[in-house]
Design a protein around this ligand. Structure first.
Ligand code: NAP
Ligand code: ZN
Ligand code: ZN
Length: 349
């Protein structure tokens, strides 16, 4: 295959710049996908800046990929050339261990092959993400995109969508439940749309006063500012579920106080440093603190089909790849409404 144009972080904390990568020739079970759009997740920023450690450079980020199938291997049954296809955070796993068999490939005991900053299951070949024009992925890790969804808006479903859909399902959110979403960014705005679509009464907790009208338009019925300490007293013991999407350090104890008896706070945001949790924050009220990592392939397809039925996509700002460093800086200032998506036509020029 010819060299594929991409954008990469050459080293930790260095700006992203043009780069070229190889993709393998599609095998019998592979599909080759011409990438149309790739969403920009805050995890791309954390990893390109090596905030979680173990960064592999040069790094081509991007795990919210939508594109057109251009070639399907001889054994491929789910896709044919011309189909719209999606790739999320994983491209392979061992498929045999207990978590894999349960459809929780993200917890593969051998270590899943993540879409970038990882290796294929041979543990040698580096994986490169969606800030590129083409990707080759086994059909088992390739998702079908329901007809009728705008492809740019659907791209962020592959990470932001599944990461928020999965905990809403795990904790059985239903009509009338009181759900708080903390942080109105890429994950947060999907959480509001999805929780509202499930009939929950959604409160948005934000540091940005300017986002109130958007929060309500997206489906929240209440909006409060967390910079105001009175918010934590006003909302004490109110929520069945809190979905915490904050990407920066903050005090979990304050948020736990807003849970009802037996309520659950699910952490999906990944601040780079650990945070102390007081025992009393949990035992007062039999409260639970949980975490959730993306979602398995089966559940990701379920989420896409759900979004197809309910007409749910992300609110996006489409950018050329050349604006990626600016986009990262704007994400760090919470200045994104509500997901940047790269139009990969900008890589083909
Ligand atoms: P994002 O678009 O940048 O949104 C994060 C939001 O957090 C911001 O919009 C802001 O909302 C709020 N925030 C930022 N700094 C804050 C601070 N210092 N104090 C309080 N609130 C703050 O990021 P994202 O793409 O949604 O990702 C959010 C986090 O989830 C990241 O850490 C990412 O790595 C992680 N993530 C986890 C998974 C998983 O599987 N668990 C998957 C994807 C991403 P307001 O302006 O409303 O305050
Ligand atoms: Zn992500
Ligand atoms: Zn496995």
């Amino acid at each position: 295959m010819p060299k594929i144009p991409a954008y990469a972080a050459p080293a930790a904390k260095k700006p992203l710049a043009p780069f070229t990568i190889d993709r393998r020739e599609p095998g019998p079970h592979d599909v080759a996908i011409d990438i149309l759009y790739c969403g920009v997740c805050h995890s791309d920023v954390h990893q390109a800046r090596d905030e979680w450690g173990s960064g592999k450079f040069p790094m081509v980020p991007g795990h919210e990929i939508i594109g057109k199938v251009v070639q399907a291997g001889s054994q491929v049954t789910k896709f044919k050339a011309g189909d719209l296809a999606g790739v999320g955070c994983m491209v392979d796993s061992c498929r045999k261990c207990e978590p894999c068999r349960r459809g929780l490939e993200q917890f593969c005991e051998k270590g899943a092959a993540f879409t970038y900053n990882s290796t294929e299951m041979d543990r040698k070949t580096p994986t490169y993400g969606g800030y590129s024009t083409q990707v080759v992925v086994d059909e088992s890790f390739t998702l079908k995109i329901p007809a009728g969804l705008d492809p740019a808006g659907a791209a962020p479903l592959l990470c932001a969508g599944i990461t928020t859909y999965s905990p809403l399902r795990q904790f059985l959110v239903k009509k009338g439940d009181r759900v708080a979403v903390v942080g109105l960014g890429g994950l947060g705005h999907m959480a509001v749309k999805l929780a509202a679509s499930m009939g929950a009464e959604v409160t948005l907790l934000s540091t940005s006063r300017s986002k109130e009208a958007d929060a309500r338009r997206l489906g929240a019925t209440a909006f409060e500012i967390t910079r105001d300490e009175a918010t934590f007293t006003k909302l004490a013991r109110k929520f069945d579920l809190i979905l915490d999407t904050i990407s920066a350090p903050h005090d979990y104890n304050k948020y736990l106080g807003m849970l009802r008896v037996q309520g659950t706070m699910v952490v999906v945001g990944v601040p780079p440093e650990p945070t102390p949790v007081a025992a009393f924050s949990l035992i007062g009220g039999n409260r639970r603190l949980a975490g959730s990592l993306i979602g398995g392939i089966r559940e990701t397809q379920e989420m896409l089909d759900y979004c197809g039925k309910n007409g749910i996509v992300s609110d996006v700002e489409v950018i050329p790849v050349q604006k990626i460093n600016e986009a990262y800086d704007r994400m760090l200032k919470s200045d994104v409404r509500y997901r940047f998506v790269i139009d990969t036509a900008s890589l083909r020029k």
